[in-house]
Design a protein around this ligand. Structure first.
Ligand SMILES: Cc1cc2nc3c(=O)[nH]c(=O)nc-3n(C[C@H](O)[C@H](O)[C@H](O)COP(=O)(O)OP(=O)(O)OC[C@H]3O[C@@H](n4cnc5c(N)ncnc54)[C@H](O)[C@@H]3O)c2cc1C
Length: 475
């Protein structure tokens, strides 16, 4: 029997203090819709605990009363994960007040942060200790580190440093029922049975609430060299990446594919963005080398590698940046593509990944399919191509009907994701499953994988209170 609304509110206020329990519609509203306005829900209340102990008290109460709990970070994710369903029975648990950097240990190259710290705050804390925290994504000023862990976020440095998962040493997690898994180790080596923490990374709040994490840090970056290279086809990007990796001794930290239309859209809609090259080309690569060794001549390495690639026709033209201002301008061009797309109407987005070597054939097949079957849209495919991740977006052409275009989303998604499977890729590279891709997981995961995932879910959360309906459908 679930508690009546007023009784629940009373119990929560007694546990957390009245100022930590929001029930007024205006106060709750920002927690009930995602940042794109695609997912909406209702909730009994929004709670904002201040400590791990308070999170534990909330989960103990909710487990006993069978109340679904929806962890809510910075609300920047793309699959509706932090938004409750529309039953009005769930509780939103915001992590924003758990926002302390607990410790930084420069000698151990490690840092412990609470889940509600903004990603930018974690980066700054590492920087202040002359260390580098490499996770870098466009939303870093508003997403929380707990959200990054729960979506296993990727970003622009994955090629060199890996996904969020690869940066984690330990976790503190509150489990349904209120027990606390206290695993904030800073050990590099610890082969003592199952790697339990791994299960919470990318779990999107379906197994427990992450309250803090310990991370590995790296030497600060002292030198960077950045260039935009024009290429004629995606195959050239794959070749250029291989050449740059060999020439630079693994100094490539970012390698982003940009289509011509990406430059046109950003130049048209984003103040301060313009085409850095004199003539138009079909594709571009934004590549960056970086090193923590002061004085390393990375500009020279990059220029030589690009000159060789120009000579053998892999690259058609290139510009190497000469200042931090020019570098920022190139990154702005890359990072504002989604914003520029919005100026021209709706987009159908597909966050896919493929084996890097398969990218050229996949893009050729998928682009031909789009050209034939989606005359009202145009392809805007860009992304972290160094790790095989493409944001394979189809933008509505100006003058076409928005609703008719959006009505085709499911049919188009099916065709693209089926093709991704044919190429042994993934339908969700870095954005997770949330509530929007539950059906995709059911379609593309093997029966064995689904069975194991359901067993893990039952084992951690027998009453199904953690973010119900996300990742896995209700049994
Ligand atoms: C401009 C922009 C650029 C982006 N670029 C990238 C990119 O390059 N790479 C990338 O991977 N993503 C990117 N994203 C997506 C997004 O920023 C990431 O998914 C991010 O990790 C989400 O963090 P958040 O704090 O906003 O989480 P939320 O959106 O609040 O939540 C995400 C999921 O995690 C759960 N959750 C949140 N906190 C906790 C917690 N403490 N414990 C348990 N569960 C929790 C939620 O219930 C939800 O299921 C971008 C988004 C935007 C808007």
């Amino acid at each position: 029997m679930t508690l009546e609304a007023s009784a629940l509110q009373g119990r929560l206020c007694a546990l957390l203090g009245a100022d930590s329990v929001l029930t007024e519609p205006g106060d709750c509203a920002p927690f009930l819709v995602d940042h794109l306005g695609r997912c909406r829900g209702r909730a009994r209340a929004v709670v904002q605990p201040r400590s791990t102990a308070q999170v534990a008290q909330v989960l103990e109460l909710c487990d006993a009363e069978r109340i679904g709990v929806v962890p809510h970070g910075g609300n920047t994710s793309y699959c509706g994960g932090p938004i409750p369903d529309d039953s009005g029975n769930q509780l939103v648990l915001s992590l924003r007040r758990l926002n302390r950097i607990r410790s930084v240990d420069p000698d151990n190259y490690s840092l412990i942060a609470e889940a509600g710290c903004l990603l930018a705050q974690v980066q700054a804390a590492a920087e202040a200790a002359e260390r580098f925290f490499p996770l870098s994504i466009g939303s870093q000023g508003s997403c929380q580190i707990g959200g990054n862990l729960s979506t296993n976020a990727g970003g622009v440095n994955v090629l060199r440093y890996g996904m969020t998962r690869d940066l984690v040493l330990g976790l503190e997690v509150v489990l349904p029922g209120g027990r606390v898994l206290d695993g904030l180790t800073t050990l590099r080596k610890d082969n003592t049975g199952y790697d339990i923490k791994s299960l919470f990374l990318g779990a999107e709040g379906t197994l427990g609430v992450i309250t803090a994490a310990s991370f590995r840090l790296f030497p600060q970056i002292r030198v960077r060299a950045t260039a935009l290279a024009a290429i004629g086809e995606v195959r050239a990007a794959v070749r250029l990446l291989a050449q740059l990796r060999a020439a630079s001794g693994e100094r490539v930290s970012s390698f982003e594919l940009i289509p011509r239309v990406g430059i046109e859209l950003t130049s048209r809609h984003i103040p301060g963005v313009s085409d850095p090259l004199a003539t138009a080309h079909p594709w571009y690569v934004l590549c960056e080398l970086s090193s923590s060794r002061p004085g390393e001549p990375l500009d020279e390495v990059l220029e030589e590698a690009l000159a060789a690639a120009l000579a053998d026709g892999v690259v058609l033209d290139a510009v190497v940046v000469r200042s931090e201002r020019e570098r920022a301008a190139l990154w702005k061009l890359r990072e504002t593509i989604p914003e520029a797309q919005r100026h021209e109407g709706a987009s159908l987005k597909h966050d896919i990944s493929l084996p890097v070597a398969s990218l050229p054939d996949f893009v050729a097949r998928a682009a031909a399919w789009v050209a034939t079957h989606v005359p009202e849209g145009r392809l805007v495919a860009y992304g972290h191509v160094g790790d095989g991740n493409l944001h394979f977006n189809i933008s509505q052409l100006p003058g076409t009907d928005r609703e008719r275009f959006l009505a085709r989303a499911a049919e188009i998604r099916r065709a693209i994701h089926d093709l991704v499977r044919e190429f042994a890729g993934s339908f969700s590279a870095e954005h997770g499953v949330g509530r929007l891709k539950v059906g995709e997981l059911e379609r593309y995961a093997s029966p064995v994988e689904l069975e194991l995932m359901r067993a893990v879910k039952r084992g951690f959360d027998p009453h199904g209170i953690m973010n119900p309906g996300k990742v896995l459908r209700e049994p």
